[in-house]
Design a protein around this ligand. Structure first.
Ligand code: CMP
Length: 160
């Protein structure tokens, strides 16, 4: 099993509500490795591509407006089964329904302003990472906690 990468967008509501640090910290404390991170104003044209699968939904226009209202923080997280692990930490889409203990379950009471976007599959993650990051923005480095985050077997498999 190889290490996966997944895209996370810390959305405008999280920035406005001073939750960017708390959200980032939850990913870090879990043992995920940040391999890229930046703050960026997302333009409507890229958001329309990113949310194209929602274009027929009633909330689409408002979703694009909200996501482009102030800059977002974008990051790539790496780890074993990172896509699944991050989705579990983030919780279900609808804030009011999301499980307590998850980011949305603890801090969101909204369907739209749900604080975080996280890729929903490995395939989607690859597409979304390429949409928002160039290769040179992704950092390849050894992190000192690796020996403590994974077991010997997991580390061996992660290198394959
Ligand atoms: P995200 O995980 O980024 O994927 C699509 C986004 O659309 C979602 O988070 C919410 O911000 C928004 N969204 C999903 N469902 C609704 C809804 N019922 N009403 C308004 N916005 C929604």
């Amino acid at each position: 099993m190889t290490l996966e990468r997944t895209l996370v967008i810390v959305k405008p509501d999280a920035i406005n509500r001073n939750l960017a640090g708390e959200i980032t910290s939850r990913f870090e404390r879990k043992g995920l490795k940040i391999v890229a991170m930046k703050m960026q104003s997302l333009q409507p044209y890229v958001l329309k591509e990113h949310y194209a699968h929602h274009k027929d939904k009633a909330f689409y226009g408002e979703l694009i407006r909200y996501m482009s209202s102030i800059p977002c923080i974008l990051m790539i997280l790496q780890g074993k089964e990172a896509v699944k692990v991050v989705r579990k930490l983030v919780g279900g889409t609808q804030g009011r329904e999301a499980e307590p203990g998850t980011i949305r379950g603890d801090y969101s009471v909204s369907n739209q302003t749900n604080l975080v976007h996280a890729s929903d599959s490995v395939e989607t993650a690859n597409t979304e990472i390429k949409r928002f990051f160039s290769e040179k923005e992704i950092c390849d480095y050894q992190k000192m906690d690796f020996d403590w985050v994974y077991s010997k077997d997991e580390k061996y498999l992660a290198k394959k």
